[in-house]
Design a protein around this ligand. Structure first.
Ligand SMILES: [Zn+2]
Length: 245
């Protein structure tokens, strides 16, 4: 499993590990080469299983401790205490449990990972629709209701499609501008685009959460999956784990 970027957050007696994968070093072939983690994109399930096992190994959790979601570009937030046999339909999951790997899968959308000093961790999937429906706000609300002080949350945002590459229709740009005007952008050729990552950063900043944005554009970087570039393609992931030590 190829690693795009990984990191560790440490508080006094709390450690959280996070990582973003890339498409290298996996078992899948063809359009899904090599490290596709998406089960519902047409790839061989055996290859996806092997890749998910490698993702689990990358963050040192058991294969049966990965929590994936059936992502639907909505704002459903699910609290998980264990890995499910069937992934919940959601675009954000959070837990206070240890050694559980929360996974968000993307191929241009924005993967967001959060952790709080009180021990909660979250994984969020947000495309432009997710920004419009406010999935980040819903996740922050859920954490706040569990006792998290919002401005103590740490956030990291993984690689997604950049504004220079992401041409959209005026209707999409208008919907995004209504909720997050920082998303307003133009492509390199001057046509209407949106900066989804900037929209997410703005939404987090309203909670006084300063996000680290990992550099990289999925459309431009051949080591990353891009739906806009390739259509039929795989998914990379962001994964976050609260450690028990
Ligand atoms: Zn780009």
């Amino acid at each position: 499993m190829g690693v795009h970027t990984r990191g560790r957050w440490v508080w006094d007696d709390l450690q959280v590990d996070w990582a973003f994968s890339d498409r290298t070093h996996g078992e899948s072939s063809g359009a899904y080469a090599q490290a596709n983690l998406g089960l519902h994109v047409g790839d061989d399930p055996a290859c996806v299983g092997a890749n998910r096992a490698a993702l689990a190994a990358m963050v040192e959790v058991g294969e049966d401790r990965l929590v994936t979601m059936k992502q639907v570009h909505g704002c459903q937030v699910v609290n998980v205490e264990q890995a499910f046999r069937a992934p919940p339909t959601a675009d954000a999951v959070w837990t206070g449990e240890t050694e559980l790997g929360l996974v968000t899968q993307v191929a241009d959308c924005v993967p967001i990972l959060l952790a709080a000093p009180t021990g909660q961790v979250a994984a969020i999937h947000a495309g432009w629709r997710g920004v419009v429906v406010g999935v980040v706000d819903e996740a922050m609300r859920a954490l706040a209701q569990d006792g998290v002080t919002p401005d103590q949350v740490r956030a990291v945002i993984g690689p997604s499609i950049c504004a220079g590459c992401y041409e959209v229709g005026a209707d999409v740009a208008e919907q995004m501008a209504e909720v997050a005007d920082a998303s307003t952008a133009r492509t390199r050729l001057g046509s209407i685009s949106v900066d989804v990552s900037a929209g997410v950063v703005q939404q987090l900043s309203r909670w006084n959460v300063q996000a680290r944005v990992v550099s990289g554009c999925t459309f431009e970087d051949p080591t990353l999956f891009s739906y806009r570039r390739d259509g039929v393609t795989g998914r990379q992931a962001g994964v976050i784990v609260r450690r028990s030590r």
